[in-house]
Ligand binder design. Structure first.
Ligand SMILES: [Zn+2]
Length: 274
């Protein structure tokens, strides 16, 4: 990689960073899409399906129960640490992540907007009561002592491929306050990002002079819209991503390399110790 990334960072003062699944693959959380933007795993559950069907929720929570065992132990990697360092040094105006894993905050980033919410908590769709996802795991285990040990592949939302499990056996806990349906505090596919959250991100982008995309194929509109808006405002956009992105033709620079590698080299080039 040449020093175009360093030049891009050096020539802008207020950099808006948009991150996606690609920064967390190095932490053992797999990406949804391959280098061509196609689904690698089974498509994630849609909001409508989750809300409408008890059977769908049994399927979701069974997979999620497996996935959480590894998801909850994931730790930040060099890409997360590098972004935290850039924020501490005042190089970033804002960070918006499409990830729900909380790893950037664990690495020390303070100003992260979680566009798609967080897997760390669960809320009641009827009364709004919330509980920690870790507590939900305990209740799931108590109610379903027959669940076996760790198996299955981990997917980006903490869901997992579960083979040979009779999901219809799963007793799904309801809200302890009202008995309502519990849902993780993440934006499901087919669900909208809360408008206020989008507005805040757009305002931060308007006050920035460059957009750096890190580890996102931008296939989901909620992330792509920021690139489109940056272009409309004349804000230059660069992306670090392995493989194709939906915005390739809108990018001023494209770095088709591993995020951790690119950001570590960047810090070194900027003579900043991580
Ligand atoms: Zn409730």
């Amino acid at each position: 990689m040449d020093d175009r990334l360093k030049q891009f960072i050096d020539s802008h003062e207020r950099i808006f960073v948009l991150t996606g699944a690609g920064i967390s693959t190095g932490s053992g959380i797999p990406d949804y899409r391959d280098r061509h933007g196609a689904w690698k795993h089974r498509k994630p559950m849609e909001y409508r399906e989750f809300v409408a069907s008890h059977a769908a929720r049994q399927r979701y929570w069974t997979r999620s129960w497996f996935g959480w065992q590894r998801f909850s132990r994931a730790r930040p990697n060099a890409a997360h640490h590098a972004l935290a360092r850039l924020e501490q040094l005042g190089r970033l105006s804002a960070t918006v992540t499409q990830n729900v894993d909380g790893l950037q905050q664990l690495a020390g980033s303070r100003r992260v907007t979680e566009l798609h919410g967080s897997l760390a908590s669960v809320s009641c769709l009827a009364c709004g009561e919330t509980l920690a996802r870790a507590a939900m795991q305990e209740v799931l285990s108590e109610r379903n002592p027959w669940l076996p040990g760790l198996q299955g592949e981990l997917a980006p939302d903490g869901d997992a491929e579960v083979a040979e499990i009779d999901v219809t056996r799963l007793r799904v806990p309801g809200c302890s306050a009202c008995g309502g349906v519990l849902k993780p505090d993440v934006v499901f596919f087919g669900e909208s990002v809360p408008p206020l959250r989008v507005q805040q991100c757009r305002a931060a982008l308007a006050g920035s002079d460059a957009l750096l995309v890190v580890g996102s194929s931008l296939m989901v509109f909620s992330g792509f819209r920021f690139v489109r808006e940056a272009c409309q405002r004349g804000i230059p956009v660069a992306a670090i991503n392995r493989g194709k992105t939906r915005a390739d033709e809108l990018l001023q620079h494209k770095f088709d390399v591993d995020c951790a590698l690119a950001l570590t080299r960047l810090l070194r080039a900027l003579a900043i110790s991580a």
